[in-house]
Write a protein that binds this ligand. Structure first.
Ligand code: NOJ
Length: 556
């Protein structure tokens, strides 16, 4: 029961994890080869980004057959083997349910677009044009442009929140919902332990399809998430599949604030266990509608602390937090908010410490455990459709950003920073493949790789191992109530976690300048030292200041 509350989840982006057959594309046999590595790290569950049959227009988030493994990744038999071998090592398997939309090559959509009276028509969202031929409303796609695509055959528009090759599914249709539950049953019967649910916050659409007041809402706003029947659908899914199989669930709660998150995660409501939220990842984004994530602003620790504290307090009693800084949609935290040169190791471990000390379930993204960094590629060397569409739209067509401004944002926040191949060793292509990788390896792979990290006692990897083990041995990590100290301090991130019998004190200097005085804290010792990211961590009593990115966990 609730094993996920003590768990640490590791996210695998299969196409970039390990290639076993030399085609330059990661695969399931590659994952199997690395299970011992993952078990040794100490994580409990593996979330695999989508591996279903897919034209790969959005790297597998466009599924054309939910019951078949894409041959690029292997076969269904490989997946069953992976499930068994993971279980044999005590690792659970979480699959990625992409059910807000399918691929336009899915059989359902191929049927749906044939004729208005096709039995699958209503699996998707079709609407007439407005009188002047324009789309039914002004909703925008997350990947630039309108969210509506005209189809000549049946002369209607269909809705797509993402690419036009990712038409949105119509959850109003009970038959469609049953199809989704059934494919979930299929995988759960094979032993899958849970689901990460892609943009699940968007599955219910306001059936009046209202336009936004302003056409500037290029990225869909309030109508894009938390629609009227969302929670009804989730409760139905819970009854139909999640509860019968005891599945663990983490939904992408796009557009959700704390109050919305409670509706998903309050156990009494029987919906999901937890959701991914985004406000902390928007700390370095200016709130403009037109530019989306590409309007960057400098990292602000005070804002980050405030945001995380809001979530810690908000979900303390009703619900459960996810804890993450990285995933396949985010850049590398050490480059984005830390220091990826002089203090790469210290800043990677400092961010790990402040995150894993919080209440919730931590998610580690592949490569985060060795401090992988961003890539300063040229525009043409990035693969992600999000980048190229945004460049065309914001720089070339609407000229809202200069090419230089855009590239500054790309170098900081592009999704491809997380998607370059995993760096296993110092050999060609970082030991990821013997062929040509689908995306260039980060040029720093000779310095930053798993083999080097395993060889070095004080590596980021070994720090993660200790951090994960601590979380398991000290119950206060699971239950302790969070309290933020020194909220306005611009360098220090300090908080306590308290139960009736124990207190954790997490203290970190999140800057590259030493703090030379003992911070004055409203806590009393005596504390013992649980963990520190520098050699020779001072006792709490002797703490005089903190070195750049020094992070310490004390306990009493
Ligand atoms: C969120 C996924 O994490 C992202 O990678 C994808 O592009 C969109 N959803 C669309 O599925």
């Amino acid at each position: 029961m609730e094993w996920w509350k003590d768990a640490v989840v590791y996210q695998i982006y299969p196409r970039s994890f390990k290639d076993s057959n030399g085609d330059g594309f990661g695969d399931l046999q590659g994952v199997i080869q690395k299970l011992d590595y993952l078990a040794k790290l100490g994580v409990d569950a593996l979330w695999l980004s989508p591996i279903f049959m897919s034209p790969q227009k959005d790297n597998g988030y466009d599924v054309s057959d939910y019951r078949m493994i894409d041959p690029r990744f292997g076969t269904n038999a490989d997946m069953y083997q992976l499930i068994d071998e993971a279980h044999a090592r005590g690792l659970k398997i979480i699959m990625d349910l992409v059910a807000n939309h399918s691929s336009d090559q899915h059989r359902w959509f191929l049927e749906s677009k044939k004729a208005k009276d096709n039995p699958y028509r209503d699996y998707y969202i079709w609407k007439d044009a407005q009188a002047d031929g324009s789309p039914p409303n002004n909703w925008g796609s997350m990947f630039s442009g309108s969210a509506w695509q005209w189809d000549d055959v049946t002369e209607q528009y269909y809705l797509h929140y993402f690419l036009k090759e990712q038409p949105d599914l119509n959850w109003e249709n009970p038959q469609l919902r049953e199809e989704i539950y059934d494919l979930m049953r299929f995988w759960m019967a094979k032993g899958v332990d849970g689901w990460r649910m892609d943009v699940i916050g968007s599955i219910s659409k306001d059936q009046t399809f209202p336009s936004y007041d302003s056409d500037e809402h290029y990225v869909v706003g309030e109508y894009h998430s938390n629609g009227p029947r969302l929670h009804e659908y989730l409760r139905e899914m819970h009854r139909e599949v999640l509860q019968p199989f005891g599945a663990m669930t983490v939904g992408e709660g796009n557009g959700s604030d704390v109050e919305a998150a409670k509706l998903f995660t309050d156990p009494k409501r029987a919906e999901l266990n937890m959701i991914f939220t985004f406000s902390h990842m928007d700390i370095d984004t200016q709130p403009t509608e037109q530019l989306g994530k590409w309007a960057v602003k400098p990292f602000d620790l005070v804002a980050l602390k405030q945001d995380l504290a809001l979530w810690q307090d908000g979900l303390n009693d009703n619900g459960w937090n996810t804890l993450y800084f990285e995933n396949h949609d985010q850049a590398r935290v050490v480059s984005r908010w830390g220091n990826d040169t002089t203090y790469r190791e210290a800043s990677a471990t400092a961010f790990a410490t402040v995150l894993h000390g919080l209440k919730g379930t931590p998610f580690i993204y592949q490569g985060e455990e060795i401090g992988m960094v961003n890539n300063q590629f040229e525009l043409r060397d990035y693969d992600d459709v999000e980048i190229h569409n945004a460049y065309r739209d914001l720089v070339e067509q609407r000229q809202l950003l200069s090419a230089e401004e855009f590239m500054t944002a790309v170098h900081l926040k592009a999704r491809d920073h997380a998607r370059t191949p995993m760096q296993w060793d110092a050999s060609t292509h970082a030991g990821f493949t013997t062929g040509t990788p689908w995306l260039n390896v980060n040029p720093r792979y000779q310095e930053i790789n798993v083999a080097a990290a395993l060889n070095q006692q004080n590596s980021i990897y070994h720090y993660y191992q200790r951090l994960i083990a601590l979380r398991k041995s000290e119950p206060v990590f699971r239950e302790g109530k969070f309290e933020l100290l020194l909220p306005a301090d611009r360098a220090l991130f300090v908080y306590t976690r308290t139960t009736a019998t124990a207190t954790l004190l997490v203290i970190a200097n999140m800057s590259d300048t030493a703090v030379t005085e003992r911070p004055s804290l409203a806590v009393e010792g005596p504390f013992e030292t649980l963990l520190g990211n520098y050699e020779q961590t001072p006792d709490f009593a002797n703490l005089q200041g903190l070195r750049p990115y020094e992070a310490i966990i004390y306990q009493k």
